[in-house]
Design a protein around this ligand. Structure first.
Ligand SMILES: [Zn+2]
Length: 115
């Protein structure tokens, strides 16, 4: 299994601190911290680290506040896709807007089933 070990070692150590590298691509002069490197078509920043591509705002959340596995989306309060300011970001679910509704429905089903 020498081959597997070689692959693991190869990916494990990259030069430089990815977090420093990340912030070096961000323009913090405004209230929105704008990603200045490569972006997706939708305007979200793209950041490559540890062998995978991150959306820049997701990575910002990951290194600042941590990602909530139960809320896979990272949403903007400022509606500015290239913004990576953690204070403008929050963890959300796909149906976060409809969360109240979903919870109500779930509750209703629960009550119906267990009445
Ligand atoms: Zn913003």
């Amino acid at each position: 299994m020498l081959h597997g070990n070689q692959i693991r070692l190869g990916l494990g150590r990259r030069k430089g601190d990815p977090i420093k590298r990340f912030w070096s691509k961000v323009d913090k002069t405004g209230s929105c911290w704008v990603w200045t490197a490569t972006t997706h078509e939708e305007g979200y920043g793209k950041f490559f680290v540890d062998g995978k591509h991150w959306q820049a705002h997701r990575y910002s959340m990951h290194i600042s506040k941590g990602l909530d596995p139960n809320k896979p989306l990272v949403c903007h309060t400022c509606d500015n896709p290239p913004c990576v300011n953690p204070n403008h970001l929050y963890n959300g679910t796909v149906k976060d807007n409809k969360r109240d509704e979903v919870e109500r429905n779930t509750t209703n089903k629960y009550w119906k089933r267990n009445r």
